[in-house]
Every structure is written in C-alpha cells, then in structure tokens.
Design a protein around this ligand. Structure first.
Ligand SMILES: Nc1ncnc2c1ncn2[C@@H]1O[C@H](COS(=O)(=O)NC(=O)C[C@H](N)c2ccccc2)[C@@H](O)[C@H]1O
Length: 504
C-alpha cells in the first residue's frame, strides 16, 4: 500500500474524522519502539497496555512487538482489583496508558508511563535488572490476554509471534478486505477480536476504524460513525446489531458503503441475521469461529439467501493449514455426519499455554488423538459440533452449556433456538437457575421486537412445550428489553442468573 493511504480512521461521532496514514503510523511505531528500547526493558518482559483501540494504542502494540516485549491489553474499564491481580500474576515491567488515561495508584515495582503522538513519557522508571536475553524469537509471547475465565480465576492466554503470524497469513488468504476497505472494529483492545481486526485491516493495506463499545450501544451514534468514516466492513459480536436493528432499521439499510460483516464470539440469533439480510442484501456476512487460544480458526460465509428451514450456521471446517477434528467421549475421532462430538483443533496458531498454569495448559493442549506418540499437541476447544453432509461443521454449544435439569441433560442452545423461533423473538438466552425446592430449574430470557404479537411468558412456554420435552421447557420465562452483555459484548449469562436470583 502507498504510505499516504489511511491506516486508522477515527471519529468521535461528532463530525470530526481523524485519519492516520500508514506513514504516520510507522513514524509513531518507530518513536515508541526507540523510547521503549531506551527504557532498557529486557526482551520478553511484559507491558500492560491499558487503552481503547486508537491509532496510538495500535502503534504501541506494534512497538512492543518490534521491541521484543509482550503486551497485555486491558480496557480502561478494568476494575482496579482485577488489574492488580493481573499485575501480581504477570509481573510486568511497565504499565502504559494514554496521556489522558485515568488509571492511578498502581502497586509498586511496576514502571508507569503515558503515551501520545509525541512519544512515551515515563512517570515511574521501570525496574531494570540485567537481562540474559540477546535476541527476540518468534516463539516469544507476542501478547497475553486474560480470559474472563468462565470457570474460576482468569487465565492468561499466551500467544507467540509465530502463532499470531500464522493465523494472520491464513486469514488473509480469504481476501476478506482490499486496500480500499475500511474495517470497523467494535471490540475492546482486551478482546482478541480487536487484534484480529487490526491484523485483517493492516495486513490487507486497508484502514482500521475503531468504534468504542460505549458508542456502539447508541445505534444513532454508531451508525453515524460508520457513515462518517466510510466503513465498508463492520466486525463485531452479534450483540452490536441488536439495538440498531430494533430502533434504526432504516439507518442500517442506508449504510450503502457497507460491503461486509464479520462476527464471532457466539451464535448470531437467526431472526436478527435474517433482518440484516433484508436490510443489507448486498453484504457478505462471515461467521468467524474460534477461541482466544488460537485467536480464531475458521471462516464460513453465511448462506445468501438464508434458507427458511435453516437451524444452525456452519462454522466451516477450519482455515487452510488448520484442521478441526470431532472427538467422542471415548476420545475417538468421529467422521460420520450428524454425530456430535467435541471440537479439537490442529493448528500452527495454537497458544503457548496459560501463564504460570501448567495443569490448565495440559488440560487444553492435549496429545493428538490420532497419533499421540508423535508429541504433536492439539487444542481441546470445549465446544460441541457435528459434521453436516456437506462436510462442514455445525456448532452445537459449549460442552459446559449442557446442564442437568431434574436429572436430564439439557443443551441450553437447543432451548434458545426454540425460543428464537417464536414469532417476533429477536434474542434469547436459557440459563440454569438455582431453585429452593427443585435444585435447578431452567430460566428463559427473550427479547421480542416491538411489533411482536402478544408475546408473554405463558405463550412462550406453550410454544416451547409444543416441540421440546417437558424438562427442556423453561420453568420461568421473562421478556426483557435487551440481554445484558459482558465487556466483550457476549450475552452475560451470569448477570441473568443473578438478576433472576435477586428478583426472587
Ligand atoms: N462464531 C462462533 N459461533 C459460536 N460460538 C463461538 C463463535 N466464536 C466463538 N464462539 C464461542 O466462544 C468461545 C471462545 O471464547 S473466547 O475464548 O472468549 N474467544 C472469543 O470469543 C473470540 C475468538 N477469540 C475470536 C476472535 C476473533 C474472531 C473469531 C473468534 C468458543 O469456544 C465458542 O464457544
């Protein structure tokens, strides 16, 4: 790409658009890299990068990689206690935030600095011990992302340069964007979806259009930023579309520069996907599946048109150079169609391990089930899927989203899919609710469109009872305006469970 092409296009949604060219970005990276080197931080040391996605924070993460330092992206919203526990776990040399960053009162022993377009200004010098490292190496950790950890304490997912670059190379073969494209990225920096988007845009000579999450929540502002910045590709978790489709469908339809949508993180509610297809018929929609332990691993085009009887979306069959296997409970690889199994991933983009947690690492990176003698390790994803007759894989849910209700095994995704078939339903979540008398009961939360026919708990329960066995019919169903989401934008099931508990 020519140096004066846009690399980052930013807008605060109030008419002012700021463009950073590839040349400017490169100059910023070089400035930050030399300031980092001057700090004398040893190769392989960690840097906590607390920032939203901006031209400067993108330059900072590139500079960390250029200087052989591992960056740990965290959002400014991260609670102090969680940040301090990450610091005591990862023992970073430095914490950097933008000049106007709000973070203060960090624990001792960590250098602190602030950055802006002029460079890095040190506040507390980082501790510099004698480093025994001489050369950076592609197997070094490029970054570490602390997952919210569905179970227990957050785990630090360590991704090497080699893993990231091999994933980026595979992704770029799909030619998802061209140098003329502008890729809107709606995830926080701490979510690797933003790192995928940065690699997708900059690896294609295109521009990144960072959209802050709090902006995404206001559909009018969100759609205005997309228009002002000329975004041609919008990447985000499914929930970013919920409010815009509900309140501003005509503005969604007016996004005439939009060529592509890519989503990941969880299943896209089919009624909303159909709505997007109606409003934006010319747009390519890609379902990108994977876990932070490999950044992602498959890309599948959403069929156009969406067949009426479509039950599930394909997640494809793994990008070129990777292989998704289905393994049954006995640990044998399945290859007959229609039989669900756990997805295992063979890939050059696998993570190095969980930081300082060999037991969790051994549980995730396991011997190749087809050839354990070889020493090759594959990732146990914890996801359940089956292979269709078309050879593609269809996601069924997480293996830990199978819950026991009155002794019966319930796949929560199954209940959610049925709730979503209710006329006017646009989003749904099924969760296990603790119940004084019966132990655990099924709770359903449903968002219905404004003009939905009389949707109420009783009609929804009846609708489920028509098709599901009684133990899969939610005992309690609540109609909600919207589903709560986590900082990464996924449905926050823990919040639903605690909301039901407090509501009594
Ligand atoms: N397209 C999907 N359909 C359905 N369930 C899904 C899907 N993508 C993930 N998931 C689920 O999310 C889990 C991974 O969660 S995660 O580790 O927080 N990572 C992510 O959610 C994002 C992931 N790193 C990523 C980043 C960028 C592009 C694609 C994927 C997977 O194991 C699946 O259960």
């Amino acid at each position: 790409m020519t140096p004066d092409r846009p690399a980052v296009v930013e807008s605060a949604g109030i008419g002012r658009v700021r463009v950073t060219s590839y040349r400017d970005l490169r100059l910023l990276v070089d400035t930050y890299t030399s300031h980092l080197r001057d700090l004398g931080i040893g190769i392989g040391e960690r840097i906590i990068l607390e920032a939203d996605v901006t031209a400067q924070s993108i330059a900072m993460l590139l500079a960390c990689s250029a200087a052989g330092l591992t960056f740990i992206p965290v959002s400014p919203e991260t609670p102090a206690q969680r940040l301090h526990s990450m610091i005591s776990t990862a023992r970073p040399a430095l914490h950097v935030q933008p000049t106007d960053g709000k973070r203060d009162a960090l624990p001792g022993g960590v250098g602190t600095a602030r950055f802006d377009t002029a460079g890095i200004t040190v506040v507390e010098r980082p501790p510099t011990g004698r480093s025994l490292r001489r050369e950076a190496c592609v197997t070094d950790p490029a970054y570490m992302i602390f997952t919210s950890g569905t179970t227990g304490r957050p785990k630090g997912v360590v991704m090497s340069h080699r893993a990231v670059v091999s994933f980026y190379r595979a992704m770029l073969e799909y030619r998802i964007v061209t140098p003329r494209d502008r890729v809107a990225s709606t995830s926080p920096l701490q979510f690797d979806f933003s790192l995928l988007n940065i690699g997708l845009a900059l690896g294609s000579g295109a521009a990144v259009v960072p959209v802050a999450q709090q902006l995404v929540r206001w559909p009018r502002n969100f759609l205005r930023v997309l228009r002002e910045t000329g975004a041609t590709q919008v990447n985000g978790v499914p929930s970013i579309w919920q409010q815009a489709l509900r309140y501003e469908p005509e503005k969604v339809a007016a996004l005439d520069g939009l060529r592509g949508i890519l989503f990941c993180g969880e299943e896209f509610p089919l009624p909303e996907l159909r709505r997007i297809r109606e409003l934006l018929p010319q747009v390519r929609i890609i379902n990108c599946y994977g876990a932070t332990e490999s950044m992602a691993c498959s890309f599948a085009d959403v069929p156009d048109p969406l067949p009426d009887d479509l039950e599930r979306l394909s997640i494809g069959s793994g990008h070129r150079g990777a292989e998704l296997l289905l393994v049954n409970e006995a640990g044998h690889v399945i290859d007959e169609p229609g039989v669900p199994g756990e997805l295992y991933l063979r890939s050059p983009a696998l993570f190095s391990g969980y930081w300082d947690d060999p037991a969790a690492t051994r549980a995730a990176l396991v011997p190749d089930p087809l050839c354990p003698q070889s020493g090759q390790l594959v990732l146990r994803t914890g996801d359940v899927a089956y292979r269709g007759h078309d050879g593609e894989l269809y996601f069924c849910g997480r293996s830990d989203s199978q819950v026991q209700i009155n002794g019966n095994r319930v796949e929560l995704g199954e209940v959610e899919r049925r709730l979503l078939e209710f006329p006017g339903a646009t989003a749904a979540a099924a969760v296990p609710l603790p119940h004084a008398a019966s132990g655990t009961v099924l709770g359903g939360f449903v968002v219905v469109s404004n003009d939905a026919p009389a949707a109420d708990a009783a009609s929804l329960r009846e609708f489920c009872a028509d098709r599901l066995p009684s133990y899969m019919v939610p005992r309690e169903i609540r109609l909600v305006e919207t589903l709560p989401t986590t900082t990464n934008g996924k449905v926050d099931r823990a919040a639903l469970i605690s909301s039901a508990a407090t509501a009594g």
